[in-house]
Write a protein that binds this ligand. Structure first.
Ligand code: ZN
Length: 203
């Protein structure tokens, strides 16, 4: 059994978000992917044994959080990067942790996905979080392409309370707005399948 590591205050914030009420409500299928609290608990466990490191986002970085598979991080380690100011009361920042932790669970399971499907599941998880916190509509960030994605994800989550399977028509609707986002567009190759390398558990 790997030994638990001493968590930084920032890693603890992430751990609390993933293991508390914030993920209790999350339980859905997107295609073959299942996103559920049990899987967020897996991500938290990987953090607790140091298999996924939590690092501080350099100041001035545009995004609120990022997940890097081991092959994409200079430390060669699966990494969840979050803002130093992260706390559970900041719902936008916490929702970004939910989004990135969804990518971490995809990595733990070594899923092979089209990138838009990896993103779609992460956006729906984020939207479920907003519902759990009684948002009446999808929050606006000012980035219209991102807001368009969240609006569709939010609609899908509102139509489906509790455990649900995303309808094929809704899957398509969400993929479409994701592919329309310039950030994802530049990364999407129609024949490319996103292969998560997997997270190594320390001995
Ligand atoms: Zn994402």
């Amino acid at each position: 059994m790997p030994t638990p590591v001493k968590l930084s205050p920032l890693a603890k914030q992430v751990y609390y978000i993933l293991t508390g009420g914030d993920t209790a409500y999350c339980n859905f299928h997107f295609g073959t992917q299942l996103v559920s609290q049990a899987k967020f608990l897996d991500v938290a466990w990987y953090i607790s044994v140091g298999a996924i490191q939590v690092t501080e986002m350099p100041s001035g970085t545009g995004t609120a959080a990022e997940y890097y598979p081991c092959t994409a991080h200079p430390d060669k380690k699966a990494t969840l990067q979050v803002k130093a100011s992260l706390n559970q009361a900041d719902h936008i920042a916490a929702s970004n942790v939910i989004h990135e932790a969804t990518h971490a669970m995809q990595d733990i399971q070594r899923l092979i996905l089209a990138q838009e499907d990896a993103e779609a599941a992460a956006f729906v998880a984020q939207a479920v979080y907003f519902h759990y916190h009684r948002f009446l509509e999808a929050p606006q960030t000012g980035d219209s392409a991102s807001d368009a994605i969240m609006k569709v994800a939010f609609d899908i989550a509102s139509a489906n309370v509790g455990g649900f399977t995303v309808d094929p028509a809704d899957e398509e609707r969400l993929r479409k707005v994701i592919i329309a986002h310039p950030h994802y567009q530049s990364n999407i190759d129609p024949v490319f399948k996103y292969r998560f390398p997997g997270v190594a558990i320390p001995p």
